[in-house]
Design a protein. Sequence first.
Length: 798
Amino acid sequence: MAYHIDYEKELNSAQLEAVTYGNGPLLVIAGAGSGKTRTLVYRLARLIEDGVDPAEILLLTFTRKAAAEMTRRAALLLAGGAGPEEYASPMLATSASCPSSACVASVNIRGGTFHAFAYSILRRFRPAGYEGDLSLMDAADIISALQLCREKLELGRGDRAFPKNQTIEGLLGKARNKEISVESVLRSEAPHLLAYQEDLARLAAEYAQFKRKHCLLDYDDLLFELESLFLGKPEVLDLQRGVFRHIMVDEYQDTNRVQARLARMLAGDEGNILAVGDDAQSIYAFRGADVQNILDFPKLFAGAKIITLEENYRSVQPVLDLTNSILASARKAYPKNLFTRQSGGRLPQLIKPISDMSQAHLACKLINELLERYKASEIAVLFRSGFHSFQLEVQLAKQGIAFRKYGGLRYSDAAHVKDLLSMARLVLNPLDMPSFGRVAELFKGVGPKTARKIYGAASGEAPGGLEKACAKFPELLAALRKIAELRAGRAQPRQTLEILLEIYLPLLKAQYVDDYPYREQALEELLRIAEPYDDLDLLISDLSLEEPDSEEEEAGDAVTLSTVHSAKGLEWAAVLVIDLVQNRFPSRHAVLRDDDYEEERRLLYVACTRAKSELFLFAPATLYHREHGGYEPVNLSPFLAELPEATYEQWLETYGGELRRQLSRPDPFAAQPGARRERMNLGEADDAPDFSDNPDSGEKRAFASMSDFPSRRAGLAPTRSRQAEEAPSSLSQGDQPGGENISSGISPVNLQGKSGYCRHKIFGRGKIIQHIPPDKVRVNFPGFGLKVIMAAFLTLED
DNA sequence: AGCATTACCATTTTT
DNA sequence: TGGTAATGCT
């Protein structure tokens, strides 16, 4: 058979084997940057060249974008002329939005997330126990539903210690996702809530009932209901099997147990299933992903072929050396030995700023330098949690550097968007309770109580007509009537939204007086997104199940700021990872359990493997704590402390804001907390730290490394003054004229003749030991040791 | 009902 | 700190 594509030439041998492998289960373990996407794309193309009808292929990916990108590239490949595709960043290249996850580009392959796929089936074959039209719930719907159930069961009334709804949602969700009891979740994640175990179990049952009653589905329901549908009506499953002869699952390491079962069902006994993933990049255990899935694939699918892709095409050797070392101390399941043929490249740089504040300055400075060599879109800053980038965002904004942040607030989470979408959901389903409440409460004088009454009337449960219930709220009645009209009219989604917008705009204006224009603009955007859709139902489910690619076009060239999770699958020439310190990365929630800790390690692995040529790791020596009103010393992330010294270059920030190369780590205790810090030259008078002359310094140092434990925190500064808390605010620092020097932000205080405690902007609280005329004092700072400091840089504390 | 006050908890990642 | 839920007041 003659192929248009020269597979032998364009793939390495392992890739080629995967691409040309025949029928039957196939597992591809694809190391980071080993051409995973390329392999999938070529396999798609190969199948089609072999005569498989694209409609017979089901491509399950982590996001719809990923699916769209792959089929787009496969289409290009098949069209010829495209040649071997570059490893372009898939996120940025996505074409205009496409209605529904079900159709993509010119190659008509079904693709999308498990959730979106499940929903597309469930809306055709209604699951048992649901009567009426289904609505999808988002996180806010879940929370308000939980609140209603709580009220009904009278749980936690007057008990302030009762967990918050958000906490409950997390716990119940986790139990469901991991398919374990609420009790086990509590035991491992929130032992302090074990007392509420029974209440929570009751609540979970009530919540499940509530959803059925109102035809609501949350994210997990989509998967579980699809499974029960398949089990209850085998003919539906058979139908799907008949349609989809080839199943491909991307990012298989991040599937949870139901998803694995669904994959198994869809593929059948001798099914043609291709699972691609990398156990070393499994980072979604928190939401139920189970690495065991990828490890057990050979058990689940007897006779499965396993192919490992080990050649890395993304990163230069030094980056690869470092990322391999990160994994060196992890337990490995599928052994890999990633290598590259690219030579050269700079060693990764470990930069240790004095504080997180100066980290933001230094990162900004570095980005400016990088912008001379790279396009902004080739630069990314990655961090563990969304809020870690706040300071950097401020600095970037100040310097006019354009950036885009991923992993923050989602478009559809904005209040006004949700308002309008709730109205749209009511068009589809008049009994959508959360939406009804949301819409009704938009009108003045309607609170939760009234809304429920009116809902009762509207649903025919409560006595009295809708007119009567709405007597005091003629505008609401008019709106509901209009919505009912729209339901009957079945206009195009775009038109429907336009009419809803007419109703909504006056309400919007009233509620958001100040930023009303911005919000209206965002809603116009929604109309634009709705344009290509023919089915309101699909529009809404797409918006709830996936982030819309609305902002793509206006993005322009900008630096990327992203959580590590959101950076998955992407790559940049230069990557900065910030806040690599204990309790941030790894997150302090993850130090208790071994599994969580290992996941943090993989997370760092994912972060670092995003870098193609340059990798910069930032580990500030201190973090600003609002609660303490000062800087607290922090320890280097243990993952970095473990790395062989030869894998990176180390730089310390001096007091003057310069970087000074640190050549070697002299002692074997380098990995120990504390030992490292003392060698930091922060520019103060050079005085060897001597803890022996301060009896309580040892204790305080121990404390400093555990500064996040509240019980100890209380013991630190029992007599902390209000005045001292306000002094070193980040604002006053940034606003200083010529405020480059971070040590100059505090107004001079005459300490001569004083004794007791003082506060330094960077070292925090310390005890004054000795005065050194004319203008210096010797101070012992817990965690830093003795320092001789200009008195002008200190504020007095009592 | 809706606002103001008070009291207390909780700090991640996302379909 | 800050966000939120329960309580108290108008």
